[in-house]
Design a protein around this ligand. Structure first.
Ligand code: SF4
Ligand code: SF4
Length: 233
């Protein structure tokens, strides 16, 4: 390895600087090191804040002046009136304009129903257990259905506390809760209005006939393969 390469490599190495080395009687190598502290500019919140503010100002000025400059250039070139004052500000004019969400966008929760219209949830408590925000409240009740032990008498989600992680959907053993509505949590003036309940979540979105694991009707008799004519979404 050349001396120049060694020099270059030494510059790249980060960490404590070795000032001296010595070997003890029992053969242990001891090093005296100098800890390299970061520069003040790299640890100051003020410097980082100023940098961020500068970036914001840059975008503000760009949005303010660039469209005007382009409009004036178009006017000089004799562009049609619509084209002349075309808005080129890089923002979405919500709610008139909306961006298309990706397919796996996690929206407001909805609860699924069985074919007979009963709630699919069996109040197993998996989702409130896994929820990192502790925002799911379920009070179980007994059902009249001999094959199903429990149902939720109360099922509430505080959407203000929800961190939209989707763990409740992942944890549910019977596909009873989904976040595929594509809806945002609604704006509210009172915290209590942000709490979704059984009726609001059952009434949201399409009525699903999904069965265990989303595999369609009669999944037990067909094993786990499913069939092409399943209508399970
Ligand atoms: S999405 Fe996450 S935070 Fe929200 S209710 Fe489900 S588990 Fe809780
Ligand atoms: S995990 Fe599913 S079945 Fe269990 S309580 Fe939650 S929604 Fe109900």
């Amino acid at each position: 390895m050349s001396a120049a390469h060694d020099e270059h490599h030494a510059e790249e190495v980060e960490g404590p600087k070795v000032l001296a080395t010595a070997t003890s009687k029992n053969g242990k190598v001891m090093r005296t090191i100098q800890v390299v502290r970061p520069e003040a500019a790299d640890t100051s919140f003020l410097a980082a804040g100023a940098k961020g503010f500068g970036i914001t100002l840059k975008h503000f000025a760009k949005n303010l002046f660039l469209p005007l400059r382009k409009a004036s250039a178009r006017a000089k070139a004799g562009a049609p009136v619509d084209e002349k004052w075309k808005n080129e500000i890089e923002t979405v004019q919500y709610p008139e304009e909306k961006v298309t969400y990706p397919e796996r966008f996690r929206g407001l929760h909805r609860l699924m129903m069985r074919d007979d219209g009963a709630v699919r949830c069996v109040a197993c408590m998996c989702c409130p257990t896994v929820c990192p925000a502790h925002c799911i409240t379920i009070i179980p009740a007994e059902t009249d259905n001999k094959g199903i032990e429990k149902k939720p008498a109360v099922f509430e989600i505080d959407e203000l506390r929800c961190v939209v992680c989707g763990l409740c959907v992942e944890a549910c053993p019977c596909d009873a809760i989904r976040m595929d509505t594509g809806d945002h949590a609604k704006p509210v003036e009172d915290r209590a209005d942000a709490i979704e309940n059984l009726s609001s979540m059952l009434g949201r979105g399409i009525r699903s006939t999904a069965t265990q694991g989303g595999e369609g009707p009669n999944w037990r008799s067909r094993g786990h393969e499913g069939s092409k004519d399943d209508v399970n979404r």
